[in-house]
Design a protein around this ligand. Structure first.
Ligand code: SIN
Length: 191
């Protein structure tokens, strides 16, 4: 009888494991808020994490944006985060929910993901806010970035919470991100 159940559920389980991968490097690291079948630390190549994206819908408001992370092109760079595999059956719903969540300037791009717990790279997707988007703020000193973050809050809460939660989640998976940790350190001094 259990054998029959496995045969019956088999296609469903197998299908789930074939679903798309999403790579998260910002809030998606610590707060995915969607259903997934697998989660693992992972990295993508050629990108670096920076607090260069303005947030007017989550951690700031129009006219007084907060700062959240995006990725910048970096030859030889590696960005660590979390890769999630979504069940095929959930993928449309999850992506449409994420498209709304990331609507403040991010676009969904194809990428090669290197999940720690999988022996080979997988094809996946990542939300990146490119410099052409209207909320892009770009480079600033870590002091100025931290000062702006301390002052900012939006519908999702204080901007400092985004930094603290991201830094904590990166530490938990053993990732040292100099840019994020430097901003966290300055914020802690400013408060
Ligand atoms: C991400 O987490 O991968 C995208 C940026 C964000 O939502 O903070």
């Amino acid at each position: 009888m259990p054998f029959m159940v496995i045969i019956w559920l088999g296609p469903l389980l197998f299908n789930d494991m074939k679903g798309p991968w999403i790579f998260g490097y910002g809030s998606l690291v610590w707060q995915p808020n969607f259903r997934f079948v697998r989660k693992t630390p992972a990295y993508i190549k050629g990108w670096g994490r920076r607090f260069w994206q303005g947030s007017t819908d989550h951690r700031g408001i129009p006219g007084s944006p907060g700062r959240v992370v995006t990725l910048i092109n970096q030859v030889g760079g590696i960005c660590w985060g979390i890769a999630y595999q979504i069940a095929e059956a959930d993928s449309k719903f999850v992506i449409s929910k994420l498209n709304v969540r990331e609507k403040g300037g991010y676009q969904l791009l194809h990428t090669q993901i290197y999940p720690k717990e999988v022996n080979e790279p997988v094809k996946g997707k990542v939300y990146i806010a490119m410099p052409e988007n209207p909320n892009y703020l770009g480079e600033a000193t870590t002091e100025n970035i931290a000062a702006q973050i301390v002052m900012s809050k939006g519908p999702s809460g204080p901007n400092v919470e985004y930094v603290f939660k991201l830094a904590e989640a990166l530490r938990k998976i053993g990732v040292h991100d100099a840019h994020t940790f430097e901003i966290e350190k300055i914020i802690l001094k400013l408060r």
